[in-house]
Design a protein around this ligand. Sequence first.
Ligand code: 5GP
Ligand code: ZN
Length: 111
Amino acid sequence: MCIFCMIANGEIPSNKIYEDESVIAFLDINPTSYGHTLVIPKEHCDSFLNCPDETRNHVFEVASKLANKLEQTLHCDGINILSNVHEAAGQSVTHFHVHLIPRYKDNDSVT
Ligand code: 5GP
Ligand code: ZN
């Protein structure tokens, strides 16, 4: 089964930072920067391109709120908000997800 479906239904543990009836957000296991977060729909769809509009819109609504929260709480200097589609673009997990990657001017490392 898809690894993000397993995270969504609790079969695999994650550091969850948000959950509602159709979306969850959790910390990336291999973060690019401190606070690197993934926002996913609970219902499986392969990528941004084949996700139902309503689901995709809700994922981005949550991503937007969380990006504001990350900025306020982590005091980062910027955030990359992105979704990779297909392997050639860097997608390694075929369950739609949005990356929120806080960026820091002085120290971008994860330690
Ligand atoms: P992609 O490369 O598909 O855009 O992003 C997939 C992301 O999922 C990667 O940044 C990777 O570190 C993260 N990831 C893969 N497996 C797991 C996992 O089991 N738990 C968590 N929290 N993140 C994962
Ligand atoms: Zn899935």
